[in-house]
Structures are given as structure tokens and as C-alpha cells.
Design a protein around this ligand. Structure first.
Ligand SMILES: Nc1nc2c(ncn2[C@@H]2O[C@H](COP(=O)(O)OP(=O)(O)OP(=O)(O)O)[C@@H](O)[C@H]2O)c(=O)[nH]1
Ligand SMILES: [Mg+2]
Length: 336
């Protein structure tokens, strides 16, 4: 079953891709088998991370990006060569993973754009998927990474990941993308939050969206001042601060151009970024598997809760508890 699903994913069958993503989202063992089967065929997609506060207009912006990338692709030749990063290279097909959006990609705020979204839905070169994995213990980043692998294996040339830049998982996901776009909006306290949450440091490109609102210029100056505080090597990339109005599409062409320039500039750091993504992926899977091993094979039912109770009651300290669990886990794995 899985091998034929893998074949269909590799052939770019959208229904197989949707099924595959559901498997990895549900932590179905068939999902891990599928990733094993397709992994050698991944690593070709260019990953664009888009993050920012809730409601910043990320989905609207991504929708515009898709339109622009698709429009440009029909004008130039198809290229699967990941080294074809020079300005002007085409971005033919586009996948989107919207991670845990507060407003769903295809509903809510997007209702006004329904016609355009339907146009994407009919476009075989576009695949859009929302992931609602919050609640899975530590599963968000792994599931997102696996979903990206599915789209990559299916031959999509660009994969855009949209996350709300609030949690560490989300920030880590975007940090390991090939390019990280951080969106901010004028006139909200969110910007200060973003500065505090450490998403400033991960930006390769800043986008001040809703530039039709008051205070856009002020926010541009504030972000530029923040960038100026950072120290850069002489030939290092300096994150530009762009303005967009995603609802009308103003400034989105400049965003595509900035991504192109970053892609052309970023060759030496690109490999390091991709290695970091592999390391992150491995660490995620290892920690998740270790915790699952503990829960399934080492801990009795309700035992974790009672250990936590004892820590809360100060009968036990967390280091001793962790050492004890580690010891038991390894004793258990040696026995098997
Ligand atoms: N005035 C104005 N409104 C915008 C702009 N971009 C998006 N919006 C509106 O902002 C609202 C939120 O847009 P979304 O694209 O759903 O924002 P989001 O960041 O994806 O939201 P979450 O995924 O829920 O965090 C919608 O009502 C959009 O129409 C803009 O440039 N100007
Ligand atoms: Mg969204």
C-alpha cells in the first residue's frame, strides 16, 4: 500500500499528497514508511518561510505570491535544478503549508479572495494545505517538516510555509527555511511582541504589510534601525525592509525580487541552512521517539502525572526524576 502511495506522491498526484500528509500528521507508522521511501527524492524544493503575528495578512500575502510565481513561471522554462538560483530563474510550481493558522487559509478572512483561491485550486501547479497539529505532543515541527518533504518529493519547486510567529517550534521551522520572511503590521503592539519573541533575528526579508495603514513608514524606520544595530560581515546579506499591501498586491513583486536576490546571494549559507534543517529534523524525531518510548515502554499508566505531582509538591526534584527515567529507559532498551 505504502509503496504505491509513495509512487503516486512522486508522480505528483494531489490526492496521494493529501493522504500522505494526513498520515504524517496523524503519526501513523505508514507515514514514517512513506518518508523513508521518498526521502532520497527530496531536497530540490526551495523553501520560503513566512511568519508574523496572527492576522498580519500572511495568507493574503502568500496567495499573492502564488499568483505572481505562477504567472512568471508560464513565461519561462521549467527548471528543477536547485543550483539555478540566479536572478530570473523560474519558480514553476508552488506548495503551501499553513501551520496552525488562526484564520483558515481557504475560509474566514480569505472569503473575499475566494475566486482567486478557486483559481489556484484548479491549478495543478499549486497545492495548499493547512496543518492543525497543535495538541500533538511536540509533533508540530516534525509533522510540518514531513509535510514539506511530501511536497518536495512530489516535485513542487517552491514550498511556502506559513506560521504564526509566536511559538519556538514555529520560529525554528522558519529559521531552517531557505529564506525567512518576517511580516509585521503597523499600529499594533504585536510588533513589539515580535521584537521580543526573537523573530527579528531570523528574518532574511522584512515585510511591513498593511502599508495602507497609518504608521507604516514609522515601523519601517524602527525595523531598519533595529537591523542597523546588528553587526554584519562586509559582504553579508542585510535584510531589506519592504512595504506591501497584500489585499491589493502592491509591493509583492518587490518581495519576489528580494527573495530572488537573497537566493542568488545566499549560496554559501544555503548549504549550512539545509544542514541545519536536517539536524533539526533528526533531533525532532529522536526526542519524539524517546518520549514515546518512555510513555509506551517505561512509564506505567498515570506514572508521569504522579511524578509531576511529586515534583510540584517538592518531594522530588526534576533532575533526579529525569535521571531516574533515563536510567530506566536505557535499562529497558538493553533488555530488548
Ligand atoms: N488593510 C489591509 N488589510 C489586509 C492586508 N493584508 C491582509 N489584510 C486583511 O487582514 C486580515 C487577515 O489576513 P490573513 O491573510 O488571514 O492574515 P494571516 O496573517 O494569514 O492570519 P493568521 O493565519 O490567522 O495568523 C484579512 O481581513 C485581510 O483581508 C493589507 O495589506 N491591508
Ligand atoms: Mg493565515
Amino acid at each position: 500500500m505504502t509503496s504505491s502511495l509513495a509512487d503516486r506522491v512522486l508522480a505528483g498526484d494531489p490526492r496521494a499528497m493529501a493522504r500522505a500528509i494526513s498520515l504524517v500528521e496523524d503519526e501513523d507508522p505508514a507515514g514514517a514508511d512513506l518518508i523513508r521511501a521518498i526521502f532520497s527524492r527530496t531536497g530540490r524544493a526551495y523553501l520560503i518561510g513566512v511568519t508574523g503575528p496572527p492576522g498580519a495578512g500572511k495568507s493574503t500575502l502568500v496567495d499573492r505570491l502564488i499568483s505572481l510565481l505562477r504567472a512568471q513561471s508560464s513565461q519561462s522554462a521549467r527548471s528543477h535544478d536547485p543550483s539555478a538560483v540566479s536572478a530570473g530563474s523560474a519558480f514553476p510550481t508552488v506548495g503551501v503549508i499553513a501551520v496552525d493558522p488562526t484564520s483558515p487559509f481557504s475560509g474566514g478572512a480569505m472569503l473575499g479572495d475566494r475566486l482567486r483561491m478557486q483559481a489556484h485550486a484548479a491549478d495543478r501547479g499549486v497545492f495548499i494545505r493547512s496543518m492543525a497539529t497543535r495538541g500533538h505532543l511536540g509533533g508540530l515541527a516534525r509533522a510540518t517538516n514531513d509535510a514539506v518533504l511530501v511536497l518536495d518529493a512530489a516535485g513542487l519547486d517552491v514550498v511556502i510555509i506559513e506560521t504564526v510567529g509566536v511559538g519556538q517550534d514555529e520560529v525554528d521551522i522558519i529559521r531552517t527555511a531557505d529564506v525567512s520572511v518576517v511580516t509585521l503590521v503597523p499600529g499594533t503592539g504585536d510588533d513589539v511582541q515580535a521584537l521580543k519573541a526573537g523573530i527579528m533575528e531570523i528574518a532574511d526579508v522584512f515585510v511591513i504589510n498593511k502599508a495602507d495603514r497609518d504608521g507604516a513608514d514609522r515601523l519601517v524606520s524602527a525595523v531598519e534601525a533595529n537591523v542597523a544595530l546588528q553587526t554584519f560581515q562586509p559582504d553579508a546579506w542585510r535584510p531589506p525592509v519592504l512595504q506591501t499591501v497584500a489585499t491589493s498586491g502592491t509591493g509583492v513583486a518587490e518581495l519576489v525580487e528580494a527573495i530572488r536576490r537573497f537566493r542568488a546571494h545566499g549560496q554559501p549559507t544555503q548549504a549550512a541552512r539545509r544542514k541545519a534543517r536536517c539536524e533539526y529534523r533528526l533531533r525532532e524525531i529522536m526526542s519524539q521517539r524517546f518520549l514515546r518510548h518512555l510513555e509506551r515502554r517505561v512509564l506505567g499508566s498515570g506514572e508521569l502525572a504522579s511524578i509531576v505531582d511529586r515534583i510540584a509538591a517538592r518531594e522530588l526534584d526534576p533532575y533526579t526524576a529525569a535521571d531516574d527515567l533515563l536510567g530506566r529507559a536505557f535499562a529497558d532498551s538493553r533488555r530488548r
